[in-house]
Design a protein around this ligand. Sequence first.
Ligand code: NAD
Ligand code: TYD
Length: 337
Amino acid sequence: MKILVTGGAGFIGSNFVRLVESEKPDWQVVVIDKLTYAGRRENLENTRAQFVEGDICDPIIVAQAMEGCDMVFNFAAESHVDRSLMGDPNLAGAFVQTDVYGVYVLCEAAKRAQVQRFIQVSTDEVYGDVHDGYSVESDPLEPRSPYAASKAGGELIARSYGISHGLPVITTRGSNTFGPYQFPEKLIPLMATNAIDDGALPIYGDGLQRRDWIYALDHALGILIAGEKGNPGEAYNVGGGNERFNKDVVFDILRLLGKPDSLIRHVEDRAGHDRRYALNFDKIKALGYAPRFDFESALEATVRWYQERQDWWRPIRDGEDYRDYYNRQYSARLAGS
Ligand code: NAD
Ligand code: TYD
């Protein structure tokens, strides 16, 4: 089996490559990644994957990378909600470009290459804000941020290739993911790295928003199982079963690091902030998926990883790019808190 992993130098993609190498030692893995601010070669350290630097929007390089592949796992995306909200057309436009147009380019190439499976990695955010109960796969897509809308658009493009051209598309919709190699703009690594440095921890609004958390290797496992055992044309929720208030996650991180709650600042909320995501994931459980990691020990392992791997995150956080982003996103908020 030869697989193409797009966005494999990112957070979940690189964890997926590691999982595949341990679960399927005879599979050949090709990674294509544009190495945006979020993609890093070092995320693939100690893996055997063949690496192609390239953009999924480029049909020529995509066709080359896909040659001989049996399955495509599309992780490549602009993935951060806050960046999709920044009033900068270059930033918000990149979401539509990669998360929608890029999916079209991949589907065209996959159709020509006659791949056996095309796995579109999507998110629980496509369901929108979930007041009560749990999202099931047949629920309407009601995305509310430019990120979530772009991911929903990508899903629909892939779905249309399944219906119109018989491309064997399987979609996964995963919960909020955490673990090693996550870029320190997302909640858990941002709070852990700030707290290690005794910096302020900016919680949006009241911090009573809820997310279902899943460890990266469990999310990767769900995607692998969906790809191998799922039915073309179907979507599968990949949940962790760990619903937590944001505030409680931040308290847990502080406790694990032995830092005081006084580092917390309640800052101006994110625009259109979804209060809750929650998945019913019975459908993928029926394929044999069950999370292997419990939230508390996986969070502890993650926080310890950030303590130990300062060689990984300090160069990111000290870089001009990250500092610019951080200032734009947080300076005024923290000044007003
Ligand atoms: P990430 O931002 O860490 O990684 C994305 C990767 O895609 C990076 O390596 C980046 O360089 C690459 N990339 C971006 N644009 C590209 C392009 N045009 N061509 C080629 N490569 C490109 O994201 P992540 O958190 O690992 O998310 C991976 C996938 O999982 C995304 O599709 C995301 O929507 C989905 N997802 C993420 C979460 C989460 O909590 N992080 C939850 C559910 C689903
Ligand atoms: P995030 O990791 O950005 O994931 P998503 O927006 O995809 O759910 O954020 C998780 C939650 O944490 C979300 O409700 C927003 C909140 N949050 C903060 O309160 N402060 C922060 O600095 C960040 C990055 C997130």
